[in-house]
Ligand binder design. Structure first.
Ligand SMILES: Nc1ncnc2c1ncn2[C@@H]1O[C@H](COP(=O)(O)OP(=O)(O)OP(=O)(O)O)[C@@H](O)[C@H]1O
Length: 277
């Protein structure tokens, strides 16, 4: 199965479809191919998980979809609008919000001020009291009210992750891209994040992309999982299908882990890869 080309969009979807899409996208960095002819799509209302070993191209794909990188070839779209050569801030305006692997909050600003930055970027461009109300509403929805006047930099990791997601949501996106939201989280924080992502998916009408090494979180929240290795999509399916896909198991974890259960409590892609070194 390895080496076979899998498309992460349904064949019938075509170029004129809806959703946040990469079509035939390749990205090279000084001759190194980070992505090769990747087709990918998220539609409104679904949570798509993106998994793969370190260096498989997950963040590069997120960066292409959000306009941080421009593809070497192929095209990107936000619904019917082609975004291939648009800059990141233009793509953000079209409704694509993201978080980063390393939290990027304004540490000296309050939680409310951080989220107001997001609200100010929303299409409605609220001002004054309206801006404050919009940010407060998002804080309320994400259970962050009690922290609104605290300086973001002083808060625990799990709360800062949540603030970052609140700020992204405050832009009123159509698509939310989360780059390793559970990185560095402990078990309880990771559990809370799963609940948060599930709440976001059901409460807000948007498509969510989650890059995550925590496979239990992924299996819980993702309605569809796309597996990348070496910059190529090697499989896609629901959690059950992906967890039983022999090519995915071997590509990610080597033969040793191919028979293990993805649902094993201590299992993350990182721990498995560590073991196979
Ligand atoms: N700005 C860049 N300049 C040069 N090479 C890059 C750049 N960004 C990514 N790469 C390379 O592209 C490949 C894919 O990297 P990417 O960060 O997308 O992988 P990843 O799957 O997100 O990995 P991780 O799980 O470690 O975050 C790697 O070989 C990486 O070194």
């Amino acid at each position: 199965m390895q080496g076979q080309h899998f498309s992460a969009t349904t064949p019938a979807a075509g170029i004129s479809g809806s959703g946040l899409r990469a079509e035939g996208v390749s990205v090279s960095f000084s001759g190194i191919k980070a992505l090769t002819e990747v087709d990918f799509r998220i539609t409104t209302g679904e949570v798509v998980g993106l998994i793969g070993p370190n260096g498989s191209g997950k963040t590069t794909l997120l960066n292409v979809l959000s306009g941080v990188y421009r593809p070497s070839s192929g095209r990107t779209f936000v619904n019917e609008i082609e975004t291939t050569s648009l800059r990141a801030h233009r793509i953000a305006r079209l409704g694509v919000a993201r978080t980063f692997q390393n939290i990027r909050l304004f540490g000296n600003m309050t939680v409310l001020q951080n989220v107001q930055v997001g609200s100010a970027l929303s299409d409605a461009r609220p001002r004054g009291a309206e801006l404050r109300d919009a940010a407060l509403k998002t804080l309320d929805e994400l259970g962050l009210n009690e922290f609104q006047e605290r300086r973001a930099g002083t808060l625990p990791y799990g709360i800062r992750r949540r603030i970052e997601i609140a700020r992204a949501l405050a832009t009123k996106p159509k698509f939310l891209l989360l780059d390793e939201p559970a990185a560095g989280a402990n078990g309880a924080e990771s559990e809370e994040l799963s609940e948060l992502i599930e709440m976001i998916a059901s409460h807000y009408s948007l498509g969510v992309l989650v890059i995550e090494h925590d496979l239990r979180l992924m299996m819980r929240v993702a309605s569809r999982i796309v597996a990348l290795t070496g910059g190529r999509v090697i499989a896609e399916g629901d959690a059950e299908g992906i967890s039983q896909n022999q090519a995915v198991r071997e590509a990610y974890f080597g033969k040793k882990w191919a028979a293990e259960s993805f649902a094993e409590p201590s299992l993350t892609t990182e721990s498995m890869l560590e073991e196979t070194k």
